[in-house]
Write a protein of this length. Structure first.
Length: 113
């Protein structure tokens, strides 16, 4: 059974940075394209970034230019570097495969002065 364990969230001031991690188990990680999503209070979950098995990336409009997705297949781990954070980036961030499976707990990112 696939399992996603997100970490690295926290509270930061506007303009700050965070690096999120997602430990993946239960699948052969290197065979899967991966995605980061986020869900703000009262809003639908939205796509933040995607990365293929070959490392090609794609970003949603909400954070394009302010985040970088990467992966380490040796450690079955997905990363999301968040920069120039804004209060509207406050959300729970989740990772998943391209075709979403069961969801992990996510990691909370709060941007506030």
């Amino acid at each position: 059974q696939v399992q996603f364990v997100e970490s690295g969230g926290g509270s930061v001031q506007p303009g700050g940075s965070l690096r999120l991690s997602c430990a993946v188990s239960g699948i052969t990680f290197r065979f899967y394209g991966m995605s980061w999503y986020r869900q703000a209070p009262g809003k639908q979950r939205e796509l933040v970034a995607q990365i293929t098995t070959r490392g090609e990336t794609n970003y949603g409009d909400s954070m394009k230019g302010r985040c970088t997705i990467s992966r380490d297949d040796a450690y079955n781990t997905l990363f999301l570097q968040l920069n120039s954070l804004k209060p509207e980036d406050t959300a729970v961030y989740y990772c998943n495969t391209y075709v979403p499976r069961s969801w992990g707990q996510g990691t909370q990112v709060t941007v506030s002065s």
